[in-house]
Design a binder for this molecule. Structure first.
Ligand code: NAI
Ligand code: MG
Length: 347
């Protein structure tokens, strides 16, 4: 089993290094690793954020562990050469359309949540975010209005096949959990969302055991902080899912805690923390590596058939937290590698 490790930029290499230490400690038989440059690091070395050899490795690998991309020194580049295009390109090239972002409260972190303890403790939800469509991939550009004003535009669209496949992913995920699915859209004002809602309702006929509800995204943002315990699985589009999952991360204590899986139709996946390259703390060994370590656990579970190893990682993270291990984002003072040490010790 080949795992591609793509550390990327900023804190990406710092957090993936800790995940790699944990994977090495588990010593799962038959696992091999190959690394490649991606994002700004790849641009500076090769002139492109997603060079052919990196894409080739991603295609050959059984699973991909990804850090983060984003580099302020690339801000003035044309859009196609910006680091972020690498992750968008990987999601598109590998048809990784289903993004699973679990948010579960570690009881030890209830006091780190921005929510009151009794509200935070009930959080155990999964955001299923569509990853191959929406406004991120629509036609975009700059033009002039009739009276000469600059105007930027990004087309938001979904076709019914795209909605149907993510809806099936979400209903299946709900079946494997508590049987509740909330579809989040903005059907009161967006045609894209009206189609989304219609198709989700059609797909629901195949899953009579799942209780489907619908919510407008603005209300969902409010409900996520008012009473997040009401949610089991949330399914939503690319843009709304991006925003709501960052919000959910603070509800469970820190953006440094949320892992994710981006899957294709056959279960091949890219695994990454939901955060970015965090240039404000890069190179200072302040980043919390747990989101990436937990992403490695998801990788073992979903793409590599190693559920037991995944359980061990998750238990070790819980144990490290219970023992008081905290990076700065969690109100502590451990460095990135010291948090890695704490997880290894617990393992
Ligand atoms: P960000 O997620 O990188 O950082 C937001 C805030 O959270 C910062 O204050 C940062 O210090 C903090 N933070 C993030 N991860 C943390 C961790 N593991 N431990 C402790 N604190 C952490 O988002 P931002 O600042 O909006 O974007 C920075 C760059 O990352 C941009 O270039 C952006 O495009 C890129 N980005 C890349 C993503 C990816 O590679 N999948 C996802 C999101 C953003
Ligand atoms: Mg985001």
């Amino acid at each position: 089993m080949l795992v591609a490790i793509l550390p990327g930029d900023g804190i990406g290499p710092e957090v993936t290094a800790q995940a790699r230490r944990v994977l090495d400690a588990l010593a799962v038989p038959g696992m091999t690793y190959e690394s490649a440059l991606v994002g700004g690091a790849a641009y500076h070395a090769t002139g492109h954020p997603l060079p052919p050899e990196t894409l080739d490795l991603a295609k050959r690998a059984d699973a991909i562990l990804f850090g983060a991309v984003g580099d302020p020194t690339c801000d003035s580049l044309e859009r196609a050469l910006r680091p972020e295009q690498a992750i968008l390109g990987l999601r598109k090239e590998l048809t990784l359309f289903s993004n699973l972002r679990p948010a579960k409260m570690f009881p030890e972190l209830a006091d780190d949540s921005t929510l009151r303890r009794e509200i935070a403790e009930a959080i155990d939800l999964l955001i299923v975010r569509e990853l191959n469509g929406d406004v991120y991939f629509g036609e975009k550009g700059m033009r002039r209005t009739a009276d000469g004003l600059r105007e930027g535009y990004d087309i938001m669209s979904y076709n019914e096949a795209e909605v149907r496949r993510i809806a099936h992913s979400a209903f299946k995920a709900a079946q494997a959990r508590r049987g509740k699915l909330c579809s989040v859209d903005k059907a009161n004002v967006l045609e894209t969302s009206q189609l989304w809602r219609d198709v989700v309702i059609e797909v629901a006929a195949d899953y009579p055991d799942v209780a489907l509800s619908h919510m407008y995204v603005d209300n969902a943002a409010m409900q996520l902080v008012r009473n997040p315990g009401q949610f089991d699985v949330i399914v939503t589009g690319n843009l709304f899912g991006d925003i709501l999952s960052d919000q959910a991360s603070m509800c469970v204590g820190s953006i440094g805690m949320l892992a994710s899986a981006s899957l294709d139709a056959n279960g091949k996946g890219l695994y990454e923390p939901i955060h970015g390259s965090a240039p404000d703390i890069a190179g200072q060994s302040k980043a919390n590596p747990l989101a990436t370590i937990l992403s490695a656990a998801m990788m073992l579970r979903f793409s590599l058939g190693q559920a037991e190893a995944a359980d061990r990682i998750e238990a070790a993270v819980a144990k490290a937290l219970a023992g008081g291990a905290r990076t700065a984002d969690l109100g502590g003072s451990l460095s990135t590698s010291a948090m890695g040490d704490a997880v290894l010790a617990a393992l």
